[in-house]
Each structure stands twice: as C-alpha cells, then as structure tokens.
Design a binder for this molecule. Structure first.
Ligand code: CP
Ligand code: NVA
Length: 330
C-alpha cells in the first residue's frame, strides 16, 4: 500500500483496502504510543493547520500527531490568516505548499479544500467541511473494531441531521466497508439523493445496505451502533435552532433507543455533545427552548455503552496514520 503524496479530502476517493490500511496503521501507532516507543520519523518536516471553524479534538490531534512524528506545526485560527478574505484559496495553497510538507483545512464548502489540494502541490487533509468529516470516520472505525473485533456486517444507525458532514461521511464509510447504514430521522434530514445513489453503488460491491427511515422503533431495533451528532452544526445560523429542536427531538438518543437496539449496542458521538447544560450554548438554548439535554440524554452519554472518549482519543492515532501514510513515513 502506498498513499504517499495523496490528499485526504473525502473517503469517496479511497478504496475499502486503503481505508482498512489506515485503520490498521493507526492501531500500530496507538500501540507504539502506549508502549512509549518513539516514532518521530518525520523530523525536520512541518505542516500548516488552517481552521476557519473552531476545534478541540481535530486541532489537538493534528498537533500531537505531528509532534509525535517529529514535525513542526503552525496553527492558523479562524481570524489568523488572509485565506478567502484578502487572498484566494489558490494563492494561499501555493504559498503554504512552498513552506510546508502538508496542509490541514477545516472550514466551509468541500470545494475550498478541493481547491487547496489542487494548487498546494503537497498533501491536503480535510479536518471537516460542511459536507464531510473523513478523519473522524477513521477514528470511529478504529473504535468499533477495537470493541467488536470486526467491522463488516455491523449495523450502524445514525440519528439526527443526516444530510450534513457526519451523516454523509458515515454513510460513505459504512457503504465502503460492508456495514449496514441506517439514517433514522425526519425526511428533510435524509442525506442527499445523489450521495445515497453513489453509496448504494459502493454497497453493491461490499455487501452493505443503506436504509432511510423516519421510524425510530424500526430504525434502531437490533442496531450494533447508535450514532448521533449536534443538531445545529458550526457555521449554521441561529434561526435554525427552533426548527431543529422541533423536527429532531423525536430522534434524541435515549435509554429507550439503546434498549431497543439491545444491550450489546454501543453509543458513539463525534463530540462536542449537548448532553447536559454545562456549556454556554447549551445553557442559553436550554433556557430559551426549555430543554436540559439535546441530541442524547446524559444517562446514555455517561453509560457503559458509550464509547465517546475512546473514540475521541482515537482521533489522534488515526490522524497520525493519515499524516504518516501520505507523507511517506511508512
Ligand atoms: N469531533 C470533532 O471534530 O471535534 P472538534 O470539533 O473538537 O475538532
Ligand atoms: N456536524 C458537526 C460536527 C462537529 C465535529 C459540525 O459540523 O459542527
């Protein structure tokens, strides 16, 4: 397997074998890290981290992964660069590409990260766009494989806004790896038809299935994995909150949902999560709309079925695998 020089923009660009290779590599790096075995094989190289939206996990994962690999990093925060405002994406790409061995981008449209990759001349990694969140998928797959021991055949149900980055990306990775994907949500939050059709083609090759349903009981029955994400994503306007709460409340992950899935089911969430009122936004919106938890109850979030912190840690090991593989460290 040789991924040297490749960008990592969406899992649509990667074969099932390449995706599995990255998960395997991440598991190897995780073991090295746990044993304290140094792996700084990219000493002397540097990467740029562009964040047009905020981040805890993705930013820290890129920084720690790069430093573990012996590399330097430069973090450009949402206000700290000229990108898109005073300088075009193509010009930014050529400038950064001349100084850095790789560029991470988190921001808005997928077309921006695609354009960066077109002009940079070095690998570009998607740290989340409106449409996709591919590095998150590798962490999720590593977490599920650690827990179940296999991926093919697992039944994953995604509840909430399934037409945004998380729903789209989970449908793609499940379709590629032979897992059964269900979007269980209100019809207007189903993933876009063209993407569903494309994923059904992947599914035909892998043995996966894609189901879209509004029925919570049928959609979660016997699932191995119940997955959710925030109902309002970064960059979305304040006005959407009310509609999301109304339309998506029936798709909150509750104990009843987990019980319907079964006691062997696990709960995943990319985080951050509104499972209580211990956040500024949670408190504000909670008092405005009268809720104490949103997409998942605190009971489920804190339960033994919840693997969310293992999943968060795995962001770092999997991002390390992406950097190492595409920069030719392995
Ligand atoms: N899951 C995730 O991408 O988290 P951050 O927004 O904190 O990076
Ligand atoms: N859908 C969320 C994912 C955060 C990791 C967002 O885009 O804000």
């Amino acid at each position: 397997m040789n991924l040297k020089g490749r960008s990592f923009l969406t899992l649509k660009d990667f074969t099932p074998e390449e995706i599995t290779y990255l998960v395997d590599l991440a598991a190897q790096y995780k073991e090295k890290k746990k044993k304290g075995i140094l792996h700084d094989t990219l000493r002397g190289k540097n990467i740029a981290l562009i964040f047009e939206k905020t981040s805890t996990r993705t930013r820290c994962s890129f920084e720690v992964a790069a430093h573990d690999l012996g590399m330097g990093t430069t973090y450009l925060d949402p206000s700290g660069s000229q990108i898109g405002k005073k300088e075009s994406i193509a010009d930014t790409a050529r400038v950064l590409g001349s100084m850095y061995e790789g560029i991470e981008y988190r921001g808005f449209e997928q077309s921006i990260v695609e354009e960066l990759a077109k002009y940079a001349g070095v690998p570009v990694w998607n740290g989340l766009t409106n449409e996709y969140h591919p590095t998150q998928m590798l962490a999720d797959m590593l977490t599920l494989r650690e827990h179940f021991g296999y991926l093919k055949g697992l039944r994953l149900t995604y509840m909430g806004d399934a037409r945004y980055n998380m729903g789209n990306s989970l449908m793609i990775v499940c379709a590629k790896l032979g897992m059964h994907f269900t979007a269980c949500t209100a019809k207007e939050y189903f993933p876009e038809e063209t993407l569903v059709a494309q994923c059904r083609e992947y599914a035909a090759q892998s043995g996966a299935t894609i189901t879209l349903t509004e029925d919570v009981d049928a959609g979660t029955k016997g699932a191995d994995v119940i997955y959710t994400d925030v109902w309002v994503s970064m960059g979305e306007p304040e006005e959407v909150w009310e509609e999301r709460i109304t339309k998506l409340s029936p798709y909150k992950v509750t104990k009843a949902v987990m019980d319907n899935a079964g006691e062997a089911a696990v709960f995943l969430h990319c985080l951050p999560a509104f499972h209580d009122l211990k956040t500024k936004i949670g408190k504000e919106q909670g008092s405005k709309y009268g809720f104490t938890e949103l997409e998942v109850t605190d009971e489920v979030f804190e339960s033994a079925q919840s693997l969310v912190f293992q999943e968060a840690e795995n962001r770092m090991h999997t991002i390390k695998a992406v950097i190492a593989a595409t920069l030719g460290a392995v």
